[in-house]
Design a protein around this ligand. Structure first.
Ligand SMILES: [Zn+2]
Length: 575
C-alpha cells in the first residue's frame, strides 16, 4: 500500500520542481532537454521518445509522442489513423518558447494523472512534439544573438550547423534536418501542425500572434476548416485561457496603422510545407519584448486551445483532410505565383501603441519608436486576400530524368509514389518539354542558393526516348500539391528556382567561325525557312548585318549542330 502512495507523491514533488524551472527565465540546453525527456520516457509508458534521424550538427533529432500505442512500434500507425498534432520547437533555436511550453504541458499532464479522455469521454489526440529541431542552433548557445528579445537568459542561434535558416529549407532540403523532418512528418501524417517562434518587429500589447495558411492556396475543405471552424473556436478557447488571439503583425508600411498583411506561407516554410499535405497549419509568434515566462505561458495556452479544438472536432478535421486529399488528387488546374490583392482590403480592430519619432541623444536623428504610455484601439487595414497570377493544366504524369538523383531522393523522402522505367518498359513517348527562355540570378546568395528569378519558360512537344532509371510520377495521388509545387518550373519554390537544374542552363559545345562559315551555305540550302528568317533579319537589323559572329551563331543555334539539351529541363509532362 505504502508504495502506491509514495510514488505519486514523489512524482508530484519532482514535477513541481521542474514546473518552476520551465516557468523561469531559463531554457534547457540540448543535452539537458534530451536527458530529461529520456527520463520521462523511462518513467511513463504513455510518453515515448524516438530518435528520428540525424541533424546537420551530427546529433539526433528526437520526437516525443504522448498517447501513442502501448506497443511503441504501432504508435505511428495510430498517429496516421487518428487525430494527431505535431508541434515543432526551436527551428530558430534563439526562440525556445515552445521548448519550455511543451515541457510544462508534459509536467501538467503527468500531474493530472495522464488523462487520455476528457470529461465527456472524448479522446485525447496523439500529441507529438519535436523537442528542438535546430540541433546545431541549440548547441551554439549565447545570450546575445537575439538583440531585442526579453529572455531567456541563454538560448541557441537562428542558423543551423551549416548556418542555414531551417525555416526556408523544406523544399531544397540542404540540411540533413530536413530529411529527418520529412521522415517525422510522413510517419505521423499530422492533422494539425504548429511551428513555435518569437517575432521581431513592431511593439503592441499582444503576447502571441498566429499565422494561418494563405486561404487561397488551400483545398476548399481545409479553407473552411481553418477559417470557419478552427480560428473562431481557438479565439474563444484563448479568451478562456485569458489572452486575446490576434493574427501576425506583418506590416504593410512603417507602422501597424498603415495596415497589416496576411502572410504568404510558401512551401519553403514549415507551415507552407505542412499545408501542401493538407495539415491544418499554424505558426505561433510570441512577442519578443514580453518576458520569456509570459511568452511561454501564452505558447502553452495556444497549445491547450489547439488540443481542446482537436478533441472536440476530431471527426470534422478527419473529414476535411480526406476531402482535401481527394481534391488534390483530382485537380485539373494548378495555380501559382500568388500576389497580394492590394485592392481588396478588410478592416481589423487592433490594439497598438502610438508611433513616436523622438530625437535620439546619440545619433541625433528622429527615429521610429512606440510609446507604451499611449495605447490605442482602432480599426486598421487588413490585406488578407491573395490572387494567383498564373496557372497551368495538370498533366497525367511527370517524367524526370533518372540522372536527377538529388531530386528523386527528395521526392522519395516525401513518400511521393513513383515508377522507375526499366529496360523492358516503353522506349519513346510524346511529352511536353520545358525550355527556359530567360532568367535572372541575384548577385548575393539566399540560403545557400542563387535562387533564379524572372523566369520565362516555353513548352515544346517532343518525342522523348526514355532510359532505364527515369521516373514516372502520376499526378492523381494525395501528395499532388507537393509534386506540382516542386516540378512546375514557374511555381514560387520549384526545383528550377532552387538551382537544381542550373547545369542545363549552360551551353557545352560551340564552333570555330573560320570552319563553320564554310558550312552555312549547305545548312541554309537544307532549311529554306531558316534561310528566309536569316535574310529578313540581315535586311532589317543593321547591327546583325555587320556582325559575323552574331550571324553564324544565329544559324548554328537553328541548325542540327546545336545541342538540344541546352535550356531544356529534365522534367516532362505527359497529358
Ligand atoms: Zn522564428
Amino acid at each position: 500500500m505504502k508504495k502506491v502512495f509514495i510514488l505519486p507523491l514523489l512524482l508530484l514533488s519532482y514535477n513541481k520542481g521542474y514546473c518552476q524551472q520551465w516557468s523561469a527565465n531559463t531554457t534547457p540546453t540540448y543535452p539537458e532537454l534530451i536527458a530529461h525527456l529520456q527520463q520521462l520516457d523511462k518513467q511513463h509508458r504513455e510518453i515515448q521518445l524516438y530518435n528520428m534521424g540525424s541533424s546537420d550538427y551530427g546529433l539526433p533529432i528526437y520526437l516525443c509522442v504522448i498517447n501513442g500505442d502501448k506497443d511503441s512500434l504501432k504508435t505511428f500507425i495510430k498517429a496516421r489513423n487518428n487525430t494527431t498534432i505535431l508541434i515543432n520547437n526551436a527551428i530558430h533555436a534563439g526562440e525556445p518558447d515552445g521548448v519550455n511550453a511543451s515541457l510544462l504541458w508534459l509536467e501538467q499532464w503527468i500531474s493530472a494523472g495522464k488523462p487520455t479522455k476528457n470529461r465527456d469521454g472524448q479522446d485525447l489526440p496523439v500529441i507529438a512534439f519535436i523537442p528542438a529541431y535546430n540541433v546545431g542552433g541549440m548547441m551554439n548557445r549565447s545570450s546575445k544573438s537575439r538583440a531585442n528579445q526579453n529572455g531567456p537568459e541563454a538560448y541557441g542561434f537562428r542558423g543551423s550547423a551549416k548556418n542555414l535558416d531551417l525555416n526556408r529549407d523544406f523544399i531544397k532540403m540542404d540540411a540533413v534536418n530536413s530529411f529527418t523532418f520529412a521522415r517525422i512528418f510522413h510517419a505521423l501524417d499530422p492533422d494539425i501542425f504548429i511551428d513555435n517562434h518569437v517575432s521581431n518587429g513592431a511593439d503592441y500589447p499582444y503576447t502571441l500572434t498566429y499565422i494561418s495558411s494563405m486561404k487561397e492556396r488551400l483545398a476548399p475543405s481545409m479553407q473552411m476548416l481553418t477559417y470557419e471552424s478552427c480560428i473562431p473556436i481557438l479565439r474563444e478557447h484563448c479568451q478562456i485561457e485569458n489572452f486575446e488571439l490576434f493574427p501576425y503583425v506583418e506590416l504593410k508600411g512603417a507602422t501597424p496603422e498603415s495596415g497589416i498583411v496576411a502572410f504568404n506561407d510558401l512551401p519553403r516554410y514549415a507551415m507552407g510545407y505542412a499545408s501542401l499535405f493538407h495539415s491544418l497549419s499554424f505558426t505561433v509568434e510570441t512577442h519578443m519584448l514580453k518576458a520569456f515566462p509570459q511568452r511561454v505561458q501564452a505558447t502553452l495556452s495556444f497549445m491547450n486551445s489547439m488540443i481542446a479544438y482537436a478533441i472536440g472536432h476530431s471527426q470534422e478535421i478527419e473529414t476535411a483532410r480526406t476531402a482535401a486529399k481527394d481534391w488534390a488528387k483530382n485537380q485539373t488546374i494548378f495555380a501559382y505565383n500568388y500576389q497580394l490583392d492590394e485592392k481588396q482590403v478588410d478592416q481589423i480592430r487592433f490594439k497598438g501603441y502610438e508611433a513616436i519619432y523622438p530625437e535620439h541623444p546619440i545619433t541625433g536623428l528622429k527615429q521610429l519608436g512606440y510609446d507604451q504610455k499611449q495605447p490605442y484601439e482602432k480599426y486598421i487595414p487588413y490585406y488578407n486576400h491573395y490572387q494567383a497570377k498564373d496557372s497551368t493544366s495538370v498533366p497525367k504524369y511527370y517524367i524526370v530524368g533518372g540522372q536527377e538523383q538529388a531530386l528523386i531522393e527528395r521526392l522519395e523522402s516525401n513518400q511521393i509514389e513513383l515508377t522507375r522505367i526499366t529496360a523492358s518498359s516503353i522506349k519513346t513517348i510524346e511529352v511536353s518539354s520545358f525550355i527556359v527562355k530567360d532568367y535572372k540570378a541575384p548577385s548575393k546568395p539566399y540560403e545557400g542558393h542563387f535562387k533564379l528569378q524572372n523566369l520565362q519558360v516555353d513548352k515544346q512537344l517532343i518525342t522523348l526516348e526514355l532510359k532505364p532509371g527515369d521516373i514516372l510520377i502520376a499526378c492523381n495521388q494525395d501528395k499532388a500539391n507537393f509534386i506540382h509545387a516542386v516540378l512546375q518550373p514557374l511555381a514560387e519554390d520549384s526545383y528550377l528556382t532552387w538551382n537544381f537544374f542550373d547545369s542545363y542552363l549552360q551551353q557545352k559545345e560551340y564552333f570555330s567561325p573560320y570552319v563553320f562559315k564554310e558550312q552555312i551555305a549547305e545548312i541554309l540550302a537544307a532549311q529554306p525557312k531558316l534561310k528566309e528568317a536569316y535574310d529578313t533579319r540581315k535586311r532589317l537589323d543593321v547591327k546583325f548585318a555587320n556582325d559575323e559572329w552574331e550571324q553564324l551563331y544565329f544559324i548554328y543555334k537553328n541548325s542540327p549542330y546545336f545541342e538540344p539539351s541546352f535550356m531544356r529541363l529534365p522534367v516532362y509532362e505527359v497529358y
